[in-house]
Design a protein around this ligand. Structure first.
Ligand code: FPP
Ligand code: MG
Length: 423
């Protein structure tokens, strides 16, 4: 296993070095160096992100695909990325089902709607969070941690692994709360293959159920007794709201801007993954640069995940997605593939500006997108972010245990799954 650790470490390090070299990107005739942790941050008053400008300009460049990254991906493609922390994530899911009960039956029913057994959900955020915790750990967590933590949310947990599990739980609570609110805003009728909560119990109860999940998340957060973590995850809430508002209120110029799209995407999707990954690193007293690597991994995976989501919205059927297809353009949104297509097919620009509202706009937009390389360029963008995420894992200090090695392989494999997912 030690040999495997060495092999993975060397292989990943080579990827990181090659990435650093290959990120000399042409821009306006000049070479620009974009660092491994280049950032499209959210323009809010506070930001938990190291503020490095630049990644948003990548869309104009030919994106690099380091050969060594492909090597890492193919050599570890048999790894099940969920496996190293599966039993813990199951325990977290069980705890989530219990932790959202209230003395008011209608509130319990609404709040547990998406946590019930049998409701589809990948538990991607808790898995990524626990994998990051493991990647930086000194050993395999004892079997005790695969059992549900029965202490109430308000009770402080002194053990590091339990505290990290609470971060994973809080991340999922925040995520589901944001979806409940989002479905009200979007007037969505389905989510995760079932009726959306707003469609089932109405907007008012759905919004309050989301608030209730946030309240429970806040109690858990406070019980960690760590103000830096409170700050990190509170900023995620600010980012989620900012991202949603950025999307709703974009000016004409912003509607056509890839930079705006990437900032919004960081806020709406990547910030939660980035900051929960950073939070588990902070809890385990990692040096600031390692905490930032964890953050950067989450950020890159988050952006890639959303770009792929936006591609699937155009290419997959609604039965596969569990929500209506072409939802984005139907609701007036121009995502990465559309923005890339508009660079090549300027006829798309007026359609984007009038949010595809005129008769025939939808089919014309689909035609133009299909006739462009917008989807391919969006795939390249997602691939680029996955490469960067892999580079972050590579740049981490030597793994301290076999479990850490396995978890790093899983973090790498997760990026491959993000790219190849079909729903
Ligand atoms: C899904 O977007 C929505 C989000 C990722 C975040 C939504 C955030 C808010 C509504 C702000 C309020 C936040 C909290 C924490 C209550 P989408 O509509 O693009 O994706 P979908 O297809 O999954 O609906
Ligand atoms: Mg929505």
């Amino acid at each position: 296993m030690r040999g495997l650790a060495g092999k993975l470490g060397r292989c990943l390090l080579r990827v990181a070095q090659e990435q650093q070299q290959s990120l000399l990107l042409p821009n306006c005739g000049q070479l620009q160096h974009v660092t491994l942790s280049g950032v499209a941050t959210c323009h809010t008053a506070s930001s938990s992100a190291p503020s490095l400008a630049g990644l948003s300009r990548l869309h104009t460049a030919v994106l690099p695909q380091p050969a060594a990254t492909a090597q890492v991906w193919s050599s570890f493609s048999n790894v099940d990325p969920f496996a190293p922390v599966l039993s813990e994530v199951q325990a977290i899911s069980e705890r989530l089902r219990h932790s959202v009960s209230s003395s008011i039956p209608a509130l319990t029913q609404a709040a547990e709607y998406f946590f019930r057994k049998g409701v589809k959900g990948k538990r991607l955020r808790p898995t990524l969070t626990m994998l990051m915790a493991s990647a930086l750990s000194h050993g395999t967590p004892s079997l005790e941690y695969s059992k549900m933590d029965v202490r109430p949310a308000a009770e402080h947990a002194p053990e590091l692994r339990r505290r990290q599990q609470r971060i994973a739980e809080i991340a999922e609570l925040i995520h589901v709360a944001s979806l409940l609110h989002d479905d009200v805003i979007d007037d969505a009728s389905t989510r995760r293959g079932i009726l959306s909560l707003n469609a089932s119990v109405g907007n008012k109860v759905a919004i309050l159920a989301g608030d209730f999940l946030l309240a429970r998340a806040s109690v858990s957060l406070a019980a960690l007794r760590n103000t830096q973590i409170v700050e990190l995850l509170s900023q995620v809430l600010e980012h989620l709201v900012s991202g949603e508002i950025m999307q709703m209120t974009a000016s004409d110029e912003k509607l056509l801007s890839m930079e705006h799209y990437l900032q919004k995407t960081y806020c709406k999707t990547a910030s939660l993954m980035a900051n929960s990954a950073k939070a588990v690193a902070v809890l385990s007293d990692q040096p600031p640069e390692v905490c930032d690597m964890a953050w950067s991994y989450g950020r890159h995976v988050g952006i890639a995940f959303q770009v792929v989501d936006d591609i699937l919205d155009l290419t997959a059927s609604s039965s596969i997605l569990g929500k209506p297809a072409l939802n984005d353009i139907k609701s007036g949104l121009a995502t990465a593939p559309v923005l890339f297509a508009a660079e090549q097919k300027p006829e798309l620009r007026p359609l984007i500006l009038r949010k595809f509202k005129q008769e025939g706009d939808l089919s014309k937009a689909v035609q133009l997108i299909e006739a462009s390389d917008g989807i391919q360029r969006a795939k390249d963008l997602a691939r680029h972010h996955c490469d960067m995420a892999v580079g972050m894992v590579a740049a981490m200090p030597e793994p301290q245990s076999d479990h850490a090695v396995l978890s790093r392989q899983a973090l790498v494999e997760m990026t491959r799954r993000v790219l190849s997912r079909k729903k």
